[in-house]
Design a protein around this ligand. Sequence first.
Ligand SMILES: CC(C)(COP(=O)(O)OP(=O)(O)OC[C@H]1O[C@@H](n2cnc3c(N)ncnc32)[C@H](O)[C@@H]1OP(=O)(O)O)[C@@H](O)C(=O)NCCC(=O)NCCS
Length: 268
Amino acid sequence: MFDLTQRSLGRAADLWLLDESAVDGLSAALSVETLLSPEELARYTRLRRAGVRRRFLGGRLLCRHALSAYADVAPAAWTFAAGRFGRPELEPNPHGLTFNLSHTEGLIACVITRGAACGVDVENVPARPEAVALADGHFARRERVALANAGDDRARADRFVDFWVLKESYTKALGVGLSRRMSTFGFDLGPPAVTVTDEERDPGERRDWQFELLRIGPRHACGVAVRRVGCDGQLLQLRTIDFVSAIGRRDPRRAPLAVTLRHADVMA
Ligand SMILES: CC(C)(COP(=O)(O)OP(=O)(O)OC[C@H]1O[C@@H](n2cnc3c(N)ncnc32)[C@H](O)[C@@H]1OP(=O)(O)O)[C@@H](O)C(=O)NCCC(=O)NCCS
């Protein structure tokens, strides 16, 4: 258990970040058995590869502790249920919190809102050439055109990740994940706004969505999608929180996570 100052969410969406390199040290300070549910522990025990185990544990550690920053509930006491496509939600949820988790080599992220549907995806940059080749089958026409116009191979590999993290954050906020055909909706990076055109959803719904595209340090891209229902179209403030700093354990010799906002959504 780590001490976190209690926070209020109000009209914000909080993005919690955890360096994978900090997970071993943090997990040495707590007993995995006392943090994870029996189901999580069973899943953790089945994982074989060190990195996959570390990121799984880091994800549970991050989201359980981060959720406890908004309610007087111990990290180990949160209980979850998975939706039809496997999206975990709090169950029961008396505090009305919504969250989503993502992990990739080097970074774990968790977005939390007060009830707004939300999704997050983190990926390494630049994308590998074999990943960029996936654009042909998984990107909408508008996205393929933007990629073709991106410039050189490096710019294309960066742009591919920009689209990918937004696309995945959106499908994760919808709860359907990669069961959704990724070419049936397309992003426009603006400026001034990151917007989605989705032929399977009511066009009026576009106004509800807010997307953020971030770079975290030199190696990671992050997409966040939030559906702002009942907010009268007002933007939610996206706040980023470095978990290791928030619990007062950042090694002063290591630089804090550098977060750069690439494109903020300003839906008209
Ligand atoms: C969710 C999904 C997009 C994750 O892709 P990924 O890039 O490998 O993983 P990420 O690190 O970004 O996210 C993983 C986290 O997303 C969450 N998640 C799982 N399913 C989810 C869903 N349908 N929607 C939103 N989030 C989901 C979990 O917290 C998961 O963490 P965990 O693996 O530690 O439990 C992908 O696994 C998927 O599409 N799953 C659903 C596919 C499906 O049809 N499932 C049916 C069987 S249940």
